[in-house]
Design a protein around this ligand. Structure first.
Ligand SMILES: Nc1ncnc2c1ncn2[C@@H]1O[C@H](COP(=O)(O)OP(=O)(O)O)[C@@H](O)[C@H]1O
Ligand SMILES: [Mg+2]
Length: 239
């Protein structure tokens, strides 16, 4: 479903954030991307919906090349959940934020209203629908950002540090939600226990490169490999 070939990206100041990455993600599978702060995880996943376009190398999603010309199609297929939910919520009312994407896609009105209500109810946000997103708690903002992506029914969902601002109960709720979603999923996280619970495969990034890729439980149980990449064993393996 996702094919990244020899992708490189440098910031205007010369920082090479992505260094010749090649990665494939199978349709309907769940891929985790782990690595220390600054490894390039956000820069990489911000390429998957065309937020950044490849400087070198290429990306294709479901056979569509990610380039300027195909951006409309890519936006329909890939839902990207930013690291900071404040970057996703920008209208004066939660409901309008969630309606923004489907409206832009030209979705049928009745279908849109049904989907929005379903997701807002499923995520316990329906009662909050008239609130300004700025007045929501961090956890509520996180689920609101999720709702705004899920109502567009993407074939691929990309999540950047989705547990960062969640308490244990909401974290568990998110695990259950993500595991119930059947589309292709890519998750960036340094919460390795979360990755353990939701990803079939995982890759480790370090300084813009992928240093290892494989089945989650195989990769995340290698203490030396993790430590060499400034990560620690998942808590469940530390006992
Ligand atoms: N706007 C920017 N200008 C220059 N360098 C940046 C910018 N944003 C991020 N970087 C650099 O790019 C690298 C990768 O950052 P990022 O993708 O945010 O890493 P991660 O998400 O893994 O923490 C880091 O070295 C970071 O300092
Ligand atoms: Mg990041």
């Amino acid at each position: 479903m996702i094919s990244i070939k020899d992708l490189s990206f440098s910031w205007p100041d010369g920082t090479r954030a992505i260094d010749r990455i090649t990665l494939a993600v199978a349709q309907g599978s769940s891929m985790g991307i782990v690595g220390a702060n600054g490894a390039g995880k956000s820069t990489l996943v911000n390429h998957l919906n065309g937020y950044f376009l490849p400087q070198e190398g290429s990306i294709s999603i479901g056979g569509t090349i990610v380039n300027k010309k195909n951006l409309d199609r890519i936006h329909r297929v890939v839902g990207l959940l930013f690291q900071n939910p404040d970057d996703q919520l920008f209208t004066a009312r939660l409901y309008d934020d969630v309606a923004f994407g489907p409206e832009n896609l030209g979705m049928d009105r009745a279908m849109m209203a049904t989907l929005i209500e379903e997701w807002l109810r499923a995520l316990n946000l329906w009662e909050l629908r008239n609130k300004p997103p700025g007045h929501l708690s961090q956890g509520e903002k996180r689920f609101a950002a999720f709702a705004s992506i899920l109502v567009m029914q993407p074939e691929v969902i990309v999540m950047d540090e989705p547990t960062a601002d969640l308490d244990p109960k909401n974290r568990r709720k998110l695990i259950n939600l993500v595991n119930a979603l059947t589309m292709t999923k890519v998750t960036v996280s340094h919460d390795l226990d979360f990755v353990w619970d939701i990803c079939e495969r995982v890759c480790i990034m370090n300084q813009g490169r992928i240093v290892e890729e494989g089945p989650t439980r195989e990769i995340l149980s290698q203490r030396e490999l993790l430590e060499a990449n400034n990560l620690e064993l998942p808590l469940r393996l530390q006992r």
